[in-house]
Design a protein around this ligand. Structure first.
Ligand code: ADP
Length: 388
């Protein structure tokens, strides 16, 4: 279904003259990955910065044309361009209005993330938004989700970085197959490493993964501050932060001190993990960081030989829990050999099999998280009404 829709979109784009008169955008390789979920199509067109204004009306025409395709109700076409430092990054418009369902038939009793005040914490120049990926306990697939989520954001044309804040057990070097130490620029700031289009920074680049590190409270924050502020991230639309697992003091300090636009919580369906996930949720609520939603990882297993589905950990717990807690449910990821193997060999599935079924699941989750971020941004721009 969606493959045919993608081909249809490309055909439409091929038939449209670009406003600079230099031919269609498909032949000129200006179109990003096309991602379709819940009847909504997302993609971006990369144009020279100076042409952005000229292409704006063209994007709207493309959106209107794409929204006419059977099964697509809505399209979101972003422009990506080389931007001069400090200018606003291209951002998708709100994907849905507050109160609208995430997906037909799975309307959350939950509703959107509640409006929040803008974060008073100083932002990081050049980074438009920072999103934490957290879990109540270790081993639930938080880092795997963080990496694939980051690649899902990149697939719609965003500039994305990933910061491994899991200083106790940094796994981003392994997940992205990155080795070597970052170079420094001018002896002070570090240049992040890059893989699959993501800029990445991890304590694991600086210290051997096998070296046990002992961290005391203030050191944790100082290491994190350095990785955030003394790294040349450049212009990023989103920086994904892979948090250390759990909800202890170190995590609370991070959640409190990093200017987070939102947090994604990863949980397995087991009860215990959900109890831990609830603690994670409470932690972010305490420091007024909007929870963009819960991801259920290792949700179910499809036997490759028989195609039978097994709900190993008792499937669906996270979805119900999300509804009960009033936070959005972002999606479920099956337990899958391909995810484990690709992840552990440093070839995350969204990059190594970008059109495969698992990549689609992660891209879908990324799109929902983006929609929640947009809702938060719109809410925080709204004037506050004060009753005297
Ligand atoms: P955490 O960051 O929560 O400790 P990781 O992302 O490191 O978890 O994942 C723990 C292990 O589980 C890794 O070996 C990873 O490849 C595997 N894993 C994560 N998600 C899945 C999944 N959906 N299916 C199969 N294996 C997974």
């Amino acid at each position: 279904m969606s493959e045919a829709q993608k081909t249809h979109i490309l055909t439409i784009l091929k038939g449209m003259d670009a406003p600079d008169g230099k031919g269609d955008v498909v032949s000129r390789a200006m179109v990003s990955d096309i991602f379709i979920a819940d009847g909504k199509a997302f993609f971006s067109l990369s144009v020279p910065a100076a042409e952005a204004e000229r292409f704006e009306p063209f994007c709207r025409s493309v959106e209107a044309a794409v929204a006419g395709i059977a099964g697509i109700s809505n399209a979101l076409v972003a422009l990506t361009a080389e931007r001069p430092a400090g200018s606003a990054p291209p951002r998708p418009e709100p994907a849905r209005r507050p109160g609208e369902a995430i997906r037909q038939g799975e309307a959350p009793a939950t509703g959107p993330a509640p409006p929040r005040k803008p974060s008073p914490k100083p932002g990081i120049p050049g980074i438009a938004r920072i999103v934490a990926v957290a879990s109540g306990k270790g081993g639930v697939g938080k880092s795997t989700t963080a990496v694939n989520l980051a690649l899902g954001f990149a697939a719609v044309g965003m500039k994305v970085g990933i910061l491994d804040a899991d200083i106790y057990g940094p796994s981003i070097p392994r997940l992205l197959n990155l080795k070597g130490k970052p170079r420094t620029s001018g002896g002070r700031t570090m240049i992040p490493l890059e893989a699959y289009g993501l800029k990445a920074m991890s304590m694991g680049f600086l210290v051997d993964e096998e070296t046990p590190m002992i961290w005391r409270g203030p050191m944790v924050m100082s290491a994190l501050t350095q990785m955030l502020r003394e790294v040349e991230w450049g212009e990023l639309d989103i920086l994904v932060v892979d948090m250390p697992p759990g909800t202890g003091d170190a995590q609370l300090t991070m959640a409190q001190n990093v200017p987070l636009a939102g947090a994604v919580i990863v949980s397995t369906p087991q009860d215990l993990a959900l109890i831990d996930a609830r603690k994670g949720l409470a932690m972010f609520q305490k420091v007024e960081v909007p929870v963009l939603g819960i991801v259920e990882n290792m949700s179910y297993f499809i036997a490759p030989d028989t195609g039978h589905r097994y709900d190993i950990f008792g499937h669906g717990g996270a979805r119900e829990e999300a509804a009960r807690l009033g936070v959005p449910f972002l999606g479920e990821v099956p337990i899958e050999m391909a995810i484990r193997e690709s992840s552990d060999s440093g070839q995350p599935v969204v990059a190594s099999d970008s059109d495969g079924p698992h990549a689609t699941i992660y891209k879908d989750i990324a799109a929902r998280a983006l929609a929640q971020l947009e809702l938060g941004a719109t809410a925080s721009q709204a004037p506050e009404i004060v009753f005297e």
